[in-house]
Design a binder for this molecule. Structure first.
Ligand code: FE2
Length: 240
């Protein structure tokens, strides 16, 4: 099974709502289809969760704060063990994605973050982005025959192709992706892409900032390892 092109796993939340989940190392990316009238009951879990609408609208509830989410307009943020849920009171089926991960982030964050227009640094393609405490989301419009140059990042990156098809290479593997699949580029692994179609293809990239699961406790225990007697002895030899 490919680490870079994870297999989908179907999860039935209730009779109305189905999720397609992709495990990308210690992060889960889920695609949800929420028909009119369907409800995602309020719930909480240790993982932090973020999400966005792909099509249609939803009413999200984050710990009592309610907001209508527009397609590719906002990101909602539910921290660890924060109550969250949603309903679709509209007449159109809503498509959305969410990302779940243990973050240990203590940074206070707004429940709703707005997406703003920008330009991709390397390619100059039109894009929209939003930055949070442990993540960044970038939505890029890749023109026909457009190339995403081969690159590597200090961030882990997961991405969803929204329409048509995109050829994606991660390390030595290559696949044609369309909506309903995800690719995963671990930190410092080379990846790139090509739009061979004659249509503009939209790509949502989810960047996980380095050390976003690195707690103060972990940092302390790692310091302890460095200060083991053997390490301390070699450190004093090196400085003497
Ligand atoms: Fe959740």
């Amino acid at each position: 099974m490919s680490k870079y092109f994870p297999q989908p796993k179907i999860i039935n939340i209730n009779s109305d709502v189905e999720l397609i989940a992709f495990q990308c190392q210690d992060t889960v990316v889920q695609l949800a289809s929420i028909p009119p009238g369907a409800t995602f009951e309020l719930h909480r879990h240790p993982e932090s969760q973020i999400g966005m609408q792909i099509a249609g609208r939803l009413e999200i509830n984050i710990n009592g704060t309610k907001e209508i989410l527009e397609p590719l307009g906002q990101v909602y943020v539910a921290g660890s063990n924060v109550l969250h849920g949603s309903i679709n009171p509209f007449s159109e089926t809503a498509l959305a994605f969410d990302v779940k991960r243990i973050t240990n982030s203590d940074e206070a964050e707004e429940a709703i973050l707005k997406v703003t227009a920008t330009k991709a640094e390397i390619t100059g393609f039109d894009c929209r982005s939003v930055v949070g405490s442990w993540f960044e989301i970038i939505i890029t419009k890749i023109p026909p025959k457009g190339i995403i140059p081969i690159r590597q990042s200090a961030n882990e990156i997961m991405a969803i192709v929204l329409n048509d098809k995109l050829t994606i290479a991660v390390a030595e593997e290559q696949q044609q992706l369309k909506y309903g699949s995800v690719y995963y580029a671990p930190a410092n692994v080379l990846y790139g892409g090509y739009n061979s179609s004659d249509q503009t293809v939209s790509l949502i990239e989810i960047l996980i900032k380095p050390h976003s699961n690195f707690s103060a406790k972990d940092a302390f225990s790692k310091t302890d390892v460095v200060r083991s007697p053997k390490a301390a002895a070699s450190a004093s030899l090196a400085t003497s």
